[in-house]
Design a binder for this molecule. Structure first.
Ligand SMILES: [Zn+2]
Length: 277
């Protein structure tokens, strides 16, 4: 068939549920009861990254984790990538789509319960947008409350990645990289370089007291004990992103994915395969 448009990007690697037939899912169910569900967002990430950044990241993390797990003899289904999340605080930037908390909770529950109905018993939610974590946790608890034998987990890899950043050597920047900054931009360059426009990247850093409430060792999203709900990004950053995206490279993106995926794979293998009944 003749192509009338240039390819924007090509995906290589394992199929997700969207690329599989029903019969293929049925056959996989004979070998596994475990499914990874990428939970993304459609939201502004600065002038240099696409609105689907969090959706692409969540899907990529799950695809890489699934490939590693399968190679270790622990097959998993890569479930549907949820394209929307709670992105209220990015609504100051055109194109952002947000769900209310109750909609996201219900959406996640109904996706998980559909997969449960087909026989999946281990339901693992993997975020691409940490703003969805509170709703993911509520949905996870609700599904466990409503089923006799489902095991649900919410995987927040940000804590592991933040530890790796703090150790040094992973990213070039020594300042506060956050939303759409060096690390996240690098991960999109690693998989979707055609969708990154570094000529539009702008350097912008938050004051330390501002960053502490977004992403810091004290914040629950990145390993601490305090949860600060997020306020409007438009008021925080005029450019939408935080950090210096121009420092990002494919190599840094690959290293970041490796940290995230190694952690995910080790936990999923331990909790859902090695120690499973
Ligand atoms: Zn993001």
């Amino acid at each position: 068939m003749a192509r009338d448009a240039e390819d924007l990007y090509v995906i290589k690697g394992p199929k997700t549920i969207y690329e599989m037939t029903s019969a293929e899912v049925g056959a996989l169910l004979e070998r596994t009861k475990t499914v990874l569900i990428p939970v993304g967002a459609t939201e502004d990430h600065g002038a240099h990254l696409p609105l689907g950044t969090d959706m692409f990241e969540a899907r990529e993390i799950c695809r890489r984790a699934a490939a590693s797990l399968t190679a270790l003899g622990c097959p998993v289904l890569i479930g549907p990538t949820i394209p929307f999340g709670v992105s209220t605080f990015h609504m100051g930037f055109p194109g952002t789509i947000t769900l209310t908390s109750s909609t996201l909770i219900l959406l996640l529950k109904e996706v998980m319960l559909s997969l449960y109905q087909h026989g999946f018993r281990n339901l693992i939610l993997v975020h691409g947008h940490d703003g969805n974590l509170p709703q993911m946790m509520v949905a996870a608890q609700d599904v466990v409350n409503e089923t006799p034998d489902a095991t649900v987990a919410v995987m927040n890899w940000m804590v592991e990645l933040a530890k790796a950043y703090a150790k040094g050597g992973l990213i070039k920047s020594t300042k506060g990289e956050s939303h759409g900054g060096e690390g996240e931009t690098a991960r999109i360059i690693a998989t979707h370089p055609e969708l990154v426009d570094l000529s539009q990247a702008q350097e912008f850093y938050l004051q330390p007291h501002e960053l502490r409430k977004i992403q810091s060792p004290e914040h629950m999203k990145t390993g601490g004990g305090i949860f600060y709900p997020t306020r409007s990004y438009k008021a925080l950053t005029p450019v939408g992103s935080i950090g210096n995206p121009a420092l990002a490279t494919e190599e840094t993106g690959e290293k970041g994915y490796a940290v995230i995926v190694d952690w995910l794979v080790s936990i999923i293998k331990r909790d859902f395969f090695d120690e499973a009944q």
